[in-house]
Design a protein around this ligand. Sequence first.
Ligand code: GCB
Length: 592
Amino acid sequence: LADNAVECLHNEHYDRAYNVQNLNFRTLIFSGGRQRENLAGDWRFTLDLHDTGLRQKWFLMQKQDAETRKDPYDYDPYSGQTVPVPSCWQMLKDKWFYYEGSAWYTREIEYAKRDPDERVFLRIGAANYDCKIFLNHQFIGNHYGGSTPFCAELSTPIKAGNNVLMICVNNTRTTDRLPLRNNDWFNYGGIYREIELIRTPRNYIHDLFVYLVPDGNFNRIAARITVDGPATDVTLMIPELGINQILPVVDGQAEVILSVSPELWSPENPKRYKVRSMLGRDSVEDDVGFRQIEVVGTDIRLNGKSIYLRGVNCHEDDLFMGKVTCEDDIRQRFRDAKALNCNYMRLAHYPHHELAARIADEEGILLWEEIPNYWAVDFTNPSTQRDAHNQLMELILRDRNRASVIIWSVGNENADTDERLSFMTSLVNAARDADPSRLISAACLVNHAKMKIEDRLTEYLDIIGLNEYYGWYEENFDDLIVLGKNSSPTKPVVITETGAEGVLSEDAPKTGPFSEQYMADVYRKQTEYLPKLTWVRGFTPWLLYDYRTERRQNPWQQGFNCKGLITADKKTRKAAFYVLRDFYENLKKVES
Ligand code: GCB
């Protein structure tokens, strides 16, 4: 297996390993209510631009005394510099800022069995992008995808006492991945979310999915429990609804439809129920809200009532922490969104931290979640296809019990080719198969020659997402009015992006593009015109905070996209913030 790891350097060999390995990694993506042993802390670390570590097999190195050792070596996994994990290496040293390549993390872990037949898994919340795991000098597996959690089973290679865990993370942007090389957010690298050990009994609950049956009656809950091991039955409990049932397991799965009328979850009443499942000594639990989201004509309905999605976009980016995020940061995002009178957010352009949807459930904010199928992608490449499916499935498995998440998005601004249509409809179908309780969307395209919304993908979606920058990239704002007149969609449209840059620094322009006033004017025009289009049922301007991105390098941007309603330090609100806040305030009044 160690040799495989070296072959993994080359994509054509990599595919063979990848197919199997990534699937195995899905095992404990749902791990609600489980005890976790946090492996955060200082890990030995080195950059490895030429992948010397794989060629020289650093993962085979034993601990040796510095004085008596005989072999020359280029990395010592047992001594030298350390970095905190989780972190993004760009944020740790100036000279690592633009680094793209491999980096090695090593730490020793003490392990003692608590139960004779326990199983042990390593769960990584996210590592960008390609992550190879080695335990006690053995290659365990390789995960592709920079924003979703994955688990590797360590039960066999782990031993009592001291163990050596080595992880090689590579953030190189290549042409067979999502996203591809060209995008508009910063390519942070490293293990940037929680890394933990989870112990389970030999037979354990692998997944629990519970949802309100979307038939308009609000009186049936569906539950699906997947187990690993030769179980014959599993228990399901929702104590507050008086449910305590033993369900038969057939082919590793138990399914049931319960006749029960829960209090419905909504932004005004984010009610959640404790759901528990037990299998022998194993148990998992989750806090689940029950709600129905549907589309009727050009209307979006939550629990049968028409709703306008008053939203804003957000990247996961911090001036000091990069992509590392924490509960306070996520809570601040929702506070700022609520200060704008939002009931909805688009978490662009990749799966954000899993806590985001948990907190949104609690706070009553609706969410759009998406995978980084962004701009140009190699739609003909089977590796890219597998990568897209895998990221989508990992996201759905992670968040499908979250009432707040109402939309899965399968892409953003991808050119309308035959290859793209077949690639993306297969993602739409996969999302529908995995989850009947949400809507599917994508940010679609305008036909600029005909000045109308025209994109073959829209036929397969529930909601049409539309990115339009009239007043900014499309300088003539009135073209939006032409577009509005020429388009007559039969499905609801959500304006997934619009906006303008507004820079607050001393030397920034005071009028015209890049000025705060110009940005506010674009917001004024957009928010005056859009309510006239009855088929527009939601709005998420681009975006809540300014954020770091390599591609923006004019004198005022200096490495930041400045379309934020709030500055990158998350402190100062720009004039456009108040325009949007007032617009949403009025919409709220009209609705009530
Ligand atoms: C877009 C993209 C978004 C960019 C934004 C911009 O259409 O979807 O990722 O950052 O425009 O600022 O240009």
